[in-house]
Design a binder for this molecule. Structure first.
Ligand SMILES: [Zn+2]
Length: 81
């Protein structure tokens, strides 16, 4: 969707507000918890034809933090697929 096309309905009417002030939302509603003390703000992309929303972590250093704090999905010993 970052490339401007909706994966669901194929529309090119995609909108985002990357420069939105307070984009982490009231009470951190537009963000995800990374650790006990860190929240990552999200950039949302919305298809105004079908309503699909896609969210991306906004700051690059938060992506790095996630890779340090979270468990990789592909790291598990008993991976099934
Ligand atoms: Zn759509």
């Amino acid at each position: 969707m970052k490339q401007g096309k909706c994966p669901k309905c194929g529309s090119v009417n995609i909108y985002s507000a990357e420069d939105l002030p307070l984009k982490s939302g009231p009470f951190g509603s537009n963000s995800i918890p990374i650790s006990l003390t860190a929240m990552a703000a999200l950039d949302n992309y919305v298809c105004v034809d079908c309503g699909l929303v896609e969210s991306y972590v906004a700051e690059e250093y938060m992506l790095k933090k996630i890779s340090q704090k979270w468990k990789s999905v592909n790291d598990t010993a008993d991976q099934k697929d």
